[in-house]
Design a protein around this ligand. Structure first.
Ligand SMILES: Cc1ncc(COP(=O)(O)O)c(C=O)c1O
Length: 251
């Protein structure tokens, strides 16, 4: 989350797949929602033989319709049709008709552009609040598109263990461990800025900063963990120098 694959790396990955005859699954529901430039070319557009492309209307139209699409090499496509028929027989025709009508009668590309502006504003609100409110040894990505910021907690904190405290403060995130198959990611968490308006995003970040401060204090008290080390930040964030903020609790 929060990272966009660069053009040279796209070409390299496709070249590796072609060299070793591998199939790539390109799961790309946020591909049209870039903030900085026109969408980067899909891997599928660079190599139709080695890429299975997954698209979705969940992020640009309506998640509740549960309609998406697949571009796949013919041999895979036949298998997918069989698998789909075995699992669900047929995606709901009413949902498909709604999507077909939307695409044929609405200026959907213009709407996607409007969504990009909306999400850019929310991304900026989230990044500004993080810069202002987080202690210096919390870091995060600066997303160039999509819905999420990927955050790294200071050494010794565990996003999953901290989650009940966050829920109690009524601020939500997804612990990073859910994005790995092997138990990594304990210090990471995913923040979503897509739905709340900027004021609520700032309030959410303020609460999260309090949750991190409380969690750190608890761990220091019982486990003797070190305080903030002034670790350099990513994402263009600046040390906040905030008196009385979470860093001030680390004595
Ligand atoms: C990377 C990624 N792929 C797929 C999906 C789900 O898409 P859909 O609603 O079409 O199942 C999501 C939604 O959160 C996502 O983040």
């Amino acid at each position: 989350a929060g990272v966009t694959l660069s053009l040279p790396r796209r070409a390299e990955i496709v070249a590796i797949a072609a060299r070793y005859d591998l199939l790539i699954i390109e799961d790309n529901p946020y591909g049209l929602l870039g903030f900085e430039s026109d969408p980067r070319p899909a891997l599928r557009s660079l190599d139709a033989e080695h890429v299975i492309y997954l698209g979705s209307f969940s992020k640009t139209f309506a998640p509740g319709l549960r309609v998406g699409w697949v571009f796949a090499p013919m041999a895979v496509r036949d298998k997918l049709v069989l698998a789909s028929e075995a699992q669900i027989l047929c995606p709901p025709p009413l949902s498909q008709l709604v999507v077909a009508e939307y695409l044929s009668s609405q200026p959907w590309l213009e709407q996607v552009k409007a969504f990009r502006e909306l999400y850019r504003e929310r991304r900026d609100a989230c990044l500004d609040a993080l810069t202002a409110l987080m202690p210096a040894d919390v870091t995060w990505t600066r997303p160039e598109g999509g819905f999420y910021v990927w955050m790294t907690l200071p050494e010794g904190l565990d996003a999953k263990a901290m989650q009940p405290r966050a829920v109690h403060a009524r601020v939500a995130y997804v612990p990073g461990i859910g994005f790995y198959a092997d138990g990594q990611g304990t210090r990471h968490l995913r923040l979503s800025y897509c739905f709340p308006e900027p004021d609520r995003i700032r309030e959410g970040v303020r609460r999260l900063a309090g949750v991190i401060a409380d969690e750190r204090e608890l761990r220091q008290t019982f486990l003797g963990l070190a305080g903030p080390q002034g670790v350099a930040r990513t994402g263009g964030s600046q040390p906040n120098g905030q008196a009385g903020g979470p860093t001030a609790d680390m004595r």
